[in-house]
Design a protein. Sequence first.
Length: 148
Amino acid sequence: MTERVARAALLALLVLASACSEPTSGPVRIVWGRHACDHCGMAISEQAFAAEVRLGPREVMRFDDLGCALAWLESKGGPAVASEVWVMDQDRGEWIDARQAFYRPDQRTPMAYGFGAIRDAAPGGVDFETARRTILERTHDRSARQHP
């Protein structure tokens, strides 16, 4: 085997190993400040507001704001197309199931959608569906103002 073929084989093994290292369920790693939001393209830098959507075992989308995740999901057919949706718990800094989470409104989020996730219900907090509807209404209103 020539040195060139050996290098190509090693590179192929490294690529395969890295592809297989991602879990097939649950959230995946985000490199803060390096991965870009799959909706708006901004760097994902504020951990407290990050979200992920898993469409299948090897297809995970990363977002810098719950609103970006929901707008992106809506463009694909709504939350039902996702096998999993994850958000970062603002208080604990750990991933939680977005559909089971509660949301604090009026937060200062990266893309100004305004909701931060928490694991447990809190005064003034809302559930996933309420946050989703509110975000989609705001998105629609913004779009209507920009494109009358």
